[in-house]
Design a binder for this molecule. Structure first.
Ligand code: ADP
Ligand code: MG
Length: 600
């Protein structure tokens, strides 16, 4: 019975942590702090003033609230606390640093609460915490408590399915796989992380309150940072990102090993030894699984999208791609002004991209030093220059991945200089990375689906309302993604994990994913580099078709013959500035260009 309560509360806690770490990739080593915070808050809200209970323990708040109200209040505070930890600890830190910050927070919290007896009675902890089911008789209460915990687990499971089973879960996993790539298709990584922290905090809190209510006491020794590690081990053993797997892991790790060790007859006399032994086994298990079976006992499963399975095989070979089909596929929004006759670009429509006096310094290096140029709408504009000229940096400034030290970026007349990268992506400024950055653990088609903008299933409303709100949109997206895959001859790879694709296929995937994001301005950084000739040709064709469909493209490319074939206008950069622009054929004859290439 006791074990079942432990199982249930551990399960809730592990699910919450799996949501953060397994699904969203936030390594929250301070997770147990949230469990503890909730336990303390629950205690403080229900115990009544210290004086009333004999003054033998000291703590803050001391309200004698009804149990249900205490749980709700504590849940809200915990959610907020989760957010707070999220904001302070990990707003813009790299993932491994975040993990360290979390670990330190965890140790600090234990120390502070332990040392300050005015807060929650110091190291002695709180006792006589009311049992939520106190009104029931002592005899039957135990099993009712198990039922209560089981109900909480069931509710937790269903809520979790809502949260991670749909498009939001897909976006979170994409963020876990590659944060920058997720940003590049318009995901607000910071926002997603905070949402996850809040939700994870709620699970931690529920777990903590139920546990404290059951034990009747709570002290710093119940929530040392190693408890988070135990939960992590459960997740690693059970299956990262898989909630059912985590349930298995929880049965094995905290319950069977850590608690079970204490029940072995030969250790009854020395519980210390038993728990130490438990931890050693835990450590070994973690190491073993990380090396031998990183996906855990029950691997994360991805949904299959293949309809019936036959038409996947008959992908048409590369070839005719009428611009109209392409336009339909990428759902290019109509340009603001009605398309006019040739030459209209010069008169009415604002430039697709206009860069003015852009500056970016890295320490003493002026990587981009006052670059000014424009890209015409519905055309492929080339950006060339010797190595180190600042082309990649310029693209990063245009897409918002770097902040300029000076200058402006305008896209279709709109000044986007101050917007963060994900907001620019939502406006249609979509970059493709120089090295493919696929979401490896997601399937090929999921990589495309996740990129689609304005998904209802990713919103709070979508999560609360459930599937019916987003099913239609999802079906449309699947249709569009399938058509794109077919167009690029990759329909057969639809349900393959993207990490298993070949280098060339990953590059195509990257292009398709960008197209799924409904770009208006596509930024390509050396897309042909390292591609097999056939694939390079396919990519060139696709670029032409896309431009034909009205998409504006800025192409950084080393292969000058490809640039000559594709681009009407070419901008030449050297040492951070634009030294020349025009048609490729003219540029070849210009002295400053020749000099730059020889010297650079
Ligand atoms: P390109 O793409 O044209 O080859 P880059 O934009 O990558 O050139 O680089 C331009 C210059 O800026 C180079 O001298 C490079 O060493 C420097 N640079 C680029 N990124 C960084 C960075 N993150 N930190 C320091 N220097 C950088
Ligand atoms: Mg570069």
């Amino acid at each position: 019975m006791v074990l079942l309560v432990y199982l249930g509360t551990d399960l809730l806690a592990a699910w919450g942590l799996n949501l953060e770490f397994g699904v969203a990739g936030v390594a929250n080593f301070a997770y147990i702090v949230l469990v503890a915070a909730r336990a303390y808050l629950y205690a403080a809200f229900t115990l009544g003033p210290p004086a009333a209970s004999g003054s033998f323990q000291q703590y803050i708040i001391g309200a004698r609230l009804p149990v249900a109200l205490a749980i709700i209040l504590a849940a809200l505070i915990c959610g907020a606390l989760g957010c707070l930890i999220g904001v302070t600890g990990l707003k813009r830190l790299r993932a491994d640093y975040q993990a360290m910050v979390m670990l330190v927070i965890s140790i600090l919290a234990t120390t502070v609460v332990g040392a300050d007896s005015g807060l929650f009675n110091g190291n002695l902890g709180l006792s006589l915490i009311p049992n939520p089911l106190a009104s029931l008789g002592d005899a039957s209460r135990g099993w009712w408590y198990v039922a209560l915990v089981a109900a909480a687990c069931l509710a937790g499971w269903l809520a979790l399915r809502r949260f991670t089973g749909g498009p939001l879960g897909r976006a979170l996993r994409a963020m876990r796989e590659d944060e920058d790539a997720a940003t590049a298709v318009g995901k607000n990584v910071v926002g997603l992380r905070l949402a996850v922290q809040a939700a994870g905090g709620a699970y931690a809190g529920l777990s903590g309150a139920l546990l404290a209510g059951f034990i009747g006491g709570w002290s710093p020794s119940s929530w040392e940072y190693v408890e988070t590690l135990a939960l992590l081990t459960a997740i690693i053993v059970g299956g990262i990102g898989n909630d059912a797997g985590v349930a298995v892991g929880v049965v094995i790790v905290p319950v069977l090993i850590l608690q079970g060790a204490q029940f072995l007859p030969q250790f009854q006399s020395s519980p210390e030894l038993a728990s130490d032994l438990g931890w050693i086994v835990l450590g070994l298990l973690t190491i073993a699984f990380v090396f031998a079976r990183p996906q855990g006992l029950v691997a994360e499963r991805r949904p299959r999208h293949a309809p019936a399975g036959q038409d996947a095989a008959q992908a048409p070979p590369g070839g005719a791609r009428p611009a109209s089909t392409v336009a339909a596929l990428i759902a290019l929004p109509r340009p603001a002004a009605a398309p006019k006759a040739a030459g209209a670009a010069a008169s009415g429509r604002p430039a697709a991209l206009s860069v003015e006096g852009l500056v970016k310094r890295f320490g003493g290096v002026r990587a981009v030093d006052g670059a000014t140029f424009e890209a015409e709408p519905g055309e492929i504009t080339g950006l060339i220059g010797p190595n180190g000229a600042g082309k990649s940096t310029a693209l990063a400034l245009i897409s918002g991945f770097l902040r300029p030290d000076g200058g402006r970026v305008r896209v279709e007349g709109r000044d986007v200089t101050a917007l963060p990268a994900h907001r620019r992506a939502r406006l249609g400024i979509v970059r493709i990375f120089q090295l493919p950055r696929e979401f490896g653990a997601l399937t090929t088609i999921e990589n495309l689906l996740v990129a689609a903008p304005r998904q209802r299933g990713e919103s709070a409303a979508g999560v609360l309302a459930g599937r019916w709100l987003w099913r239609r949109q999802e079906e449309e997206l699947v249709e569009r993604a399938t058509a794109l895959l077919t167009l690029f001859g990759m329909a057969g790879k639809r349900d393959e994990r993207a990490g298993r694709l070949s280098g060339g296929q990953k590059r195509l995937l990257e292009v398709m994913r960008a197209l799924m994001a409904q770009p208006r301005l596509l930024l390509l950084d050396e897309p042909m580099a390292g591609l097999a000739p056939a694939l390079a040709e396919q990519l060139e064709e696709a670029c032409l078709a896309l431009a034909g469909a009205g998409l504006s493209i800025l192409l950084v490319e080393h292969e000058l013959r490809a640039v000559e074939r594709l681009c009407a206008k070419v901008v030449v950069m050297a040492q951070g500035t634009v030294i020349s622009q025009g048609r490729m054929a003219e540029l070849r004859t210009r002295k400053e260009v020749q000099d730059a290439y020889v010297v650079g």
